[in-house]
Write a protein that binds this ligand. Structure first.
Ligand code: ADP
Length: 549
């Protein structure tokens, strides 16, 4: 019997519901400790291709950092390592070209990816607009939105049998002729329920916005202008939709491509479902998160342990790229060409509470900055050491790392994931978000609704100074000002290769103009995108009179 891992009730519920192996009769066949052993054993096989690999030693180190809840890999790794599916990555981007073959090939691949618990992102920007010509049939095209519905229906159909309900990201460039329909579609809560949508905004668009000019809408098939729209009206239309329903989000395409480490391999057009991982078409990526709440020692940060966990995390994720199976040959080729990995953090808000630092304070930014700079620096050192033993990623030549003369095993090393499920397993706050509330209802993966009381609040609430602590340290997401949210996002984005999963929570009383201000600020800060969510906005049915259509 192995030493037992300290899991709270919700963590145990999630593990039993979705992660632990069962037989056909539904009887559990493994304990949580056996799950972590299975993962450690399977992932450490990635050491076998390295002449200096140390699979037995690494298995123990991997096992230890998972059972101590100091590091957890993304859900598909926990579910599938050492099991028949063997697919370990959470993030995928698939191409959608302007042909039926391409669209339906991607639908099929999407189904296979969702079956393994991975999420998929797509750019629909290459599809010809609604009512454009279809030569082969002399008919008219139905446009990107109608094809997004096809992916949505496929996701709906397979989600019952899969390990978790599928998640998708649909992206459309802001200069696509169907942009208005795309922006407004999710005001209807019955539409595209398995999709997050994001508008891909360019620098050129933002210039037009600043100068209050019109922008041309371009038909991607003919590359010719198919209409125009005033940039300020269009961005306001997006802000109004986000005000009403939390959708769409926006991504800043040029900022993303300025950070593309392999421009010689291709241009980035899309991200994974929650936006933190920009990827090339057919590329996938595995994420892993260090639990910051567990690195507090004697009221301070244990920097040595953080450094150690960063090195172990990089090694773990590089081994994952090695042992994972891939849903298609194209995905295997693209993923092993770049060997991107995404090491990040969870439990940032809990770390701050433990250190007595309010989330919306300069101290929080300073602490976050120190942490993420250490992780970024040490992850590059770790990737460099692996490159010296195992070789650099195959697309290294011509990459930004080649130009910087820094040998790397992985085209990227860092990403801040939402850690929706991982943070429940680890019993901590998610990603770099503030605590949602001291007490709230949560629907766990598997559909069970539970009451959650923040574990740190549970300990603090009987103290004589509880009220003051509540106001100062346990500030909930809606009490943190939008700009404090953005400042934390910027702090982490400044030292992360990929992107940061972050929601700017707004009070119910916020206006569309507040959201516009956030877009402009996020763009000026050099962020890669932003998602806003106004309290209680989902569930409202806002009637749209479509003044811009
Ligand atoms: P987890 O905590 O389960 O590891 P995260 O909440 O950190 O996952 O999300 C990381 C990424 O995993 C997402 O951006 C997305 O690519 C993928 N993902 C998350 N939830 C789902 C889901 N229900 N179905 C498919 N993929 C998902």
């Amino acid at each position: 019997m192995e030493g037992s891992v300290q899991l709270d009730d919700n963590a145990l519920l999630v593990l039993r519901e979705r992660y632990l192996i069962r037989d056909e009769a539904g009887t559990l066949l493994e304990t949580p400790e056996e799950l972590f052993r299975r993962v450690a054993c399977s992932v450490s096989q990635g050491e076998n291709n390295d002449p200096e690999g140390r699979s037995a030693e690494m298995e123990e180190a991997f096992y230890e950092m998972m059972t101590s809840l100091e590091f957890l890999p993304n859900s598909p790794t926990l579910m599938n390592a050492g099991r028949p599916l063997g697919q370990l990555a959470a993030c995928f981007v698939l191409p959608v070209e302007d042909s039926l073959d391409s669209i339906f090939d991607s639908v099929k691949l999407t189904a296979k990816i969702h079956q393994t618990g991975g999420g998929t992102g797509f750019s629909f920007s290459r599809l010809r607009p609604k009512n454009d010509v279809v030569k082969s049939t002399m008919g008219v095209a139905s446009g990107p939105v109608s094809f997004i519905r096809v992916f949505n229906c496929a996701t709906e159909a397979i989600k019952q049998g899969g390990t978790r309900r599928g998640a998708n990201m649909g992206i459309l460039r802001i200069d696509h002729p169907d942009i208005m329909e795309f922006v407004a579609i999710k005001r209807d809560p019955a539409e595209l329920t398995n999709f997050n949508l994001s508008v891909a905004i360019t620098d050129e668009f933002m210039r037009s916005y600043e100068e209050n000019r019109d922008v041309a809408l371009i038909n991607p098939r003919t590359k010719k202008a198919a209409g125009k729209v005033n940039a300020r009206e269009l961005l306001r239309f997006i802000a109004e939709a986000a005000w009403a329903s939390g959708e769409p989000g926006v991504i800043f395409l040029d900022a993303i491509n300025r950070a593309n480490p392999t421009p010689h391999v291709g241009e980035i057009e899309a991200t994974n479902p929650c936006g933190e991982q920009p990827l090339l078409p057919y590329e996938s990526c595995c994420l892993g998160s260090i639990n910051l709440s567990r690195i507090v020692r004697n009221g301070g940060i244990d920097w040595q342990r953080l450094q150690k966990l960063t090195h172990l995390g990089v090694r773990f994720l590089d081994d994952v790229v090695e042992v994972s199976t891939y849903p298609s040959e194209e995905i295997r080729a693209m993923t092993s060409g770049n060997r991107k990995i995404g090491l990040g953090v969870m439990g940032f808000a809990h770390l701050l509470i433990r250190l007595g630092i309010p989330y919306d304070s300069p101290d929080a930014e300073r602490t976050g900055g120190e942490i993420i700079r250490l992780i970024e620096r040490e992850s590059k050192i770790a990737s460099n050491r692996l490159a010296e033993k195992r070789g650099p990623f195959p697309n290294f030549k011509g990459s930004v790392w080649d130009r910087k003369n820094l040998l790397q095993r992985n085209a990227t090393t860092t990403t801040i994931a939402p850690t929706g499920t991982l943070s429940i397993l680890a019993g901590t706050s998610s990603g770099v978000e503030p605590i949602y509330d001291i007490r709230y209802k949560r629907i766990l993966p598997g559909g069970i609704e539970v009451e959650v009381e923040d574990p740190l609040w549970r300990k603090a609430k009987d103290r004589p100074d509880a009220d003051e602590l509540r106001r100062r340290l346990f500030r909930k997401a809606y009490e943190v000002s939008p700009f404090a949210h953005l400042n934390i996002q910027r702090t982490f984005q400044s030292s992360v290769d990929n992107a940061v999963s972050k929601t700017v929570n707004l009070p119910e009383t916020a206006t569309a103009d507040d959201i516009l201000d956030i877009y402009v600020a996020a763009y000026r800060m050099g962020l890669k995108g932003t998602t806003v969510f106004r309290n209680k906005s989902r569930g409202y049915q806002i009637l749209s009179c479509g003044t811009h259509q």
